[in-house]
Write a protein that binds this ligand. Structure first.
Ligand SMILES: Nc1ncnc2c1ncn2[C@@H]1O[C@H](COP(=O)(O)OP(=O)(O)OP(=O)(O)O)[C@@H](O)[C@H]1O
Length: 238
């Protein structure tokens, strides 16, 4: 039997998030993200974009509701299964979050080392990633000596070297110039064409038309505005 969420990589049912005892930061979120699609998440400052992304990359549990990732309920997921789920989700941050005393090469290799990949199987994928993001010549450079755009490309390479099924990026172009922002989007688009689901939170609405296939999710005061109904499940077929 085909379940209602077939084809969805993320599904939120009546999800709410409250920090402390205040009002809910996110309320009544009901949406799904289709595997292989490209989404922009926009909304004013404080709307809850980063909070929503944290729920998706499993850094935060909701206060209520059900979140399914890859078809499984992650709210009740046993703790020991979390690392396995996290490996399927790549994350890119506005402030890069690279390890400053490690070279670009070592930063990109880090997820493989953490996951216990044999040393002999590390060099080739890291070199391929460096080439893909156009930084083969900067392999030995440490993050403080790299430009913002270069650091973000290292961060993207690190996020995708483990071949995640979904890549979540929180304002990834916020600290780079417009030309570099375009270049980063091009990388996200290329990944998407290879089948990776992409979710990019951004203030910058200029980026949206740059990806003609992308769908727009707008968050306002903790609610998702979905005027076209595109985000509802079951996903549209054909
Ligand atoms: N860890 C936290 N503890 C308490 N409140 C929080 C926490 N994280 C976020 N908030 C609050 O939740 C609301 C939404 O914040 P969030 O960072 O998710 O919004 P955002 O849309 O990403 O904003 P911005 O675009 O400015 O980054 C804000 O009012 C913020 O102060």
């Amino acid at each position: 039997m085909v379940s209602a969420d077939a084809g969805n990589i993320v599904q939120f049912d009546n999800v709410g998030l409250r920090y402390g005892s205040g009002v809910e930061t996110l309320s009544d979120l009901n949406f799904s993200l289709a595997a292989g699609a490209f989404y922009f998440l926009t909304g004013p400052s404080g709307a809850g974009k980063s909070s929503l992304l944290r729920l998706i990359y499993l850094a935060q549990r909701p206060s209520r509701g059900v979140i399914r990732m890859f078809g499984e309920d992650v709210v009740t997921l046993p703790r020991q299964r979390m690392p396995g789920f996290r490996r399927r989700i790549g994350v890119v941050f506005q402030d890069f979050r690279l390890v400053p005393h490690l070279s670009a090469y070592e930063n990109i290799a880090l997820p493989l080392r953490v996951n216990g990949v044999a040393e002999a199987d590390i060099d080739q994928p890291v070199r391929e990633m460096l080439e893909w993001v156009g930084l083969s010549g900067r392999a030995n450079a440490k993050p403080p000596t790299l430009s913002g755009g270069e650091q973000q490309r290292v961060a993207i390479a690190r996020a995708v070297i483990g071949r995640p099924e979904i890549l979540v990026a929180d304002e990834p172009t916020g600290n780079v110039d417009p030309e570099m922002a375009e270049r980063l989007l091009y990388l996200f688009e290329a990944l998407n064409k290879l089948g990776t689901t992409i979710l990019v939170a951004t203030h910058d609405l200029h980026l949206v038309p740059r990806v003609p296939s992308a769908q727009l999710m707008r968050l306002d005061k903790g609610h998702i505005a979905d005027p076209t109904g595109m985000l509802r499940y079951p996903p549209r077929r054909g």
